[in-house]
Design a protein around this ligand. Structure first.
Ligand SMILES: Nc1ncnc2c1ncn2[C@@H]1O[C@H](COP(=O)(O)OP(=O)(O)O)[C@@H](O)[C@H]1O
Ligand SMILES: [Mg+2]
Length: 366
């Protein structure tokens, strides 16, 4: 795996302007999203006449080098190969000189084009007071956990699972995207980890309470947050800072004790925090929000929202849970497609909604 990744990395470093241009020529269509390091465009390939999502990584001059997060993302998205994980189909770079003859490099990554991300889709659902059915949720979550199982099997922690990074296409296929924060983590070796990862509302308690002592289980917690969000069209936790986030988690999941999470009792941060004692009331808090919440799904969530990561279900165990057993997943899938068709989740429409004026410097055929 490491060798494979290194080879990919070398390939990226080797790419020169125009390397792949003759094979993959795009005409720009619309902006799909814009994030930390660049914009994502819908583009049509002149090569195969297909539409792609193309992530353009912001200009870097030679001195600054390539942003590390983009490098990581390219490294992972070119090697990972599973239907519930976004794949980069093609990469190329383009060198430009500005007025002062300073060279800037733009890198383009062409990926599968998806209809929407769940952050936008759920906002739309909420606006129209539409809620996913349990079967639709089952179909979405099954695909999410399948994707996550594969990512973890490749020794990668995603570290930014959230609704904006989970995408869906017009036929109901769900894919995990945005590997900008992902980390290769060989299970036995252990690696130094950045203490602050994952968007606040989806951040697992071990990330909040330790200085970088976390593992694959943080992604399971985040996926749990997404699962709740799918039910209510809004995030489970909405805190303005870490202290508030910890408080909100403890209020629902109880304050850890020497019995439930012995390791955390030694954490300096936890000792200093000296938190108020709350009893666990996860199940009743969800039931209060929705009386007829599916029993099996609630049981699954109760086992995911466990503070101690060693007790929390692993992705393998999640997939074995009764919520996913003895159900016709193809049927769930069909139902989800029906939803998309009924609700007219039409790609062109979504894009028009968020389309912005095209910038001059990207209005070229590349
Ligand atoms: N393959 C894709 N198909 C459709 N939309 C996409 C695709 N990739 C990204 N997007 C849109 O662009 C947004 C930002 O992309 P993302 O990869 O998450 O970058 P960032 O690191 O900037 O968050 C996503 O939330 C989504 O709305
Ligand atoms: Mg993102």
């Amino acid at each position: 795996m490491i060798n494979q990744l290194n080879q990919q990395l070398e390939r990226v470093d080797d790419l020169k302007s125009g390397d792949i241009c003759t094979e993959f020529i795009f005409e720009q269509k619309a902006i799909l999203g814009s994030g930390t390091y660049g914009k994502v465009y819908k583009m049509k390939s002149k090569f195969d006449n297909q539409y792609y999502a193309v992530k353009c990584i912001k200009k870097q001059n030679e001195k600054e080098g390539f942003p590390i997060t983009s490098l990581r993302e390219i490294k992972f998205l070119t090697t990972l190969d599973q239907e519930n994980v976004i794949k980069i189909k093609q990469i190329y770079t383009r060198v430009k000189k500005n007025k002062n003859k300073i060279k800037t490099i733009k890198t383009y990554c062409a990926m599968d084009l998806m209809a929407n991300d769940f952050w936008k889709l759920l906002a739309k659902n909420e606006e129209q007071k539409f809620y996913f059915t349990t079967n639709q949720i089952r179909s979405i979550l099954y695909q999410c956990f399948k994707g996550l199982q594969y990512i973890h099997s490749q020794n990668i922690i995603h570290r930014d699972i959230k609704s904006a990074n989970i995408l869906v296409n017009e036929i109901g296929v769900v894919k995990i995207a945005d590997f900008g924060l992902a980390k290769f983590c060989p299970k036995k070796e252990g690696v130094k980890k950045t203490p602050t990862v994952v968007t606040l509302g989806y951040r697992a308690p071990e990330v909040l309470l330790t200085r970088g002592q976390y593992n694959f289980q943080i992604d399971v917690w985040s996926m749990g947050c997404f699962a709740v969000e799918l039910n209510f069209n809004r995030p489970l936790f909405k805190a303005k800072d870490e202290a508030q986030q910890i408080q909100q988690i403890f209020e629902k999941c109880g304050t850890p004790t020497a019995e439930t999470w012995p390791e955390i009792m030694k954490s300096d941060y936890f000792i200093k925090l000296n938190p108020q004692r709350y009893d666990r009331k996860f199940i009743s808090s969800i039931r209060n929000m929705k009386k007829d919440f599916d029993d099996e799904l609630l049981d699954l969530l109760d086992k995911i929202f466990v503070l101690n990561p060693n007790v929390r279900l692993t992705v393998e165990q999640v997939l074995q849970h009764p919520f996913f057993k003895n159900h016709n997943l193809n049927l769930c899938f069909e139902q989800f497609q029906e939803y998309l068709i009924k609700r007219n989740v039409n790609l062109e429409k979504v894009i028009t909604l968020i389309q912005k004026p095209v910038q001059k410097d990207i209005d070229f055929i590349i």
